[in-house]
Design a protein around this ligand. Structure first.
Ligand code: FAD
Length: 225
């Protein structure tokens, strides 16, 4: 039985003994037997048992994502590429502010980055804005709230843009809520993951706000060509 993170997002666990060293937030290419390839972000930090976790959102008529939701079975094999990408946490400047903004399954790399940073003892403020249209489209809400209780330096803002926000949620798109909330983020490290439009506009905003380009890490979930 696969675990669902919400009505449309599958938690896929792949045992991969060949990949023991990677940074949470990097992505791999998964390949089906017929050659179809898609990129997915690794959502967990490296484990002893070699389990890689992925958050897979079902897209209407999505060739790869529908197949993963409907047809892949426990015990099936899938080809996994080397980890790629530079959107991950490095334990340098532990007192630096970290701003994480994600839409939809953009939470996958951010969840890994967050876990990595907090477990490695990051001391600076860490602020996560996760956005979706409705509360039902968000996920890991309770877990992230618990993290915010446990770690004084971590703040979590679940944002909804397609329905009125009930208590505990903020109305608006994650990037807009982040812009309204943040002030003085020069010197912060910024991670932007998910919808390509959000990623490119927030990247520009971060730069305009004085964040150094070398401190901006992005993963735009562009559709495969
Ligand atoms: C670096 C990187 C990391 C990624 N990480 C993740 C991840 O962690 N989780 C995840 O679920 N996806 C992730 N993606 C997106 C993923 O690679 C696929 O593009 C996605 O699953 C759709 O593939 P598909 O074969 O199901 O849809 P397709 O058959 O390729 O497309 C079906 C329809 O959906 C549209 N579409 C395709 N992609 C998107 C999209 N991202 N948003 C909205 N509409 C789209 C297409 O234009 C088409 O109309 C990532 C992409 C990149 C580049």
């Amino acid at each position: 039985m696969h675990e669902m993170l919400n009505h449309s997002t599958l938690l896929l666990k792949v045992e991969c003994q060949d990949i023991k060293e990677y940074f949470a937030g990097q992505f791999v290419n998964l390949q089906r037997d017929d050659g179809l390839i898609r990129s997915y972000s690794i959502a967990n930090v490296p484990q002893q048992d070699g389990i890689l976790e992925f958050h897979i959102r079902r897209l209407p008529d999505g060739r790869f994502s529908e197949w993963m939701h409907d047809q892949i079975r426990i015990g099936d094999n899938i080809a996994v590429s080397e980890p790629q990408g530079h959107c991950f946490y490095l334990p340098e400047r532990a007192d630096q502010g970290l701003l994480l903004v994600g839409t939809g399954t953009g939470l996958a790399p951010l969840a890994g980055i967050l876990e990595d940073a907090l477990k490695q003892g990051h001391t600076g403020p860490v602020t996560l804005f996760h956005g979706a249209r409705t509360v039902a489209d968000l996920y890991r809400i309770d877990e992230l709230r618990e993290f915010a209780q446990k770690y004084d330096n971590f703040s979590y803002f679940p944002c909804v843009s397609g329905e009125p926000a009930s208590e505990g949620y903020t109305a608006g798109r994650a990037d807009q809520v982040a812009l309204a909330h943040m002030n003085g983020w020069q010197g912060w490290r910024v991670f932007l993951c998910g919808h390509p439009d959000m990623v490119s506009s927030m990247k520009m905003e971060a730069f305009m706000q004085g964040v150094s380009m070398k401190d901006i890490y992005t993963d735009a979930f562009v559709a495969a060509g």
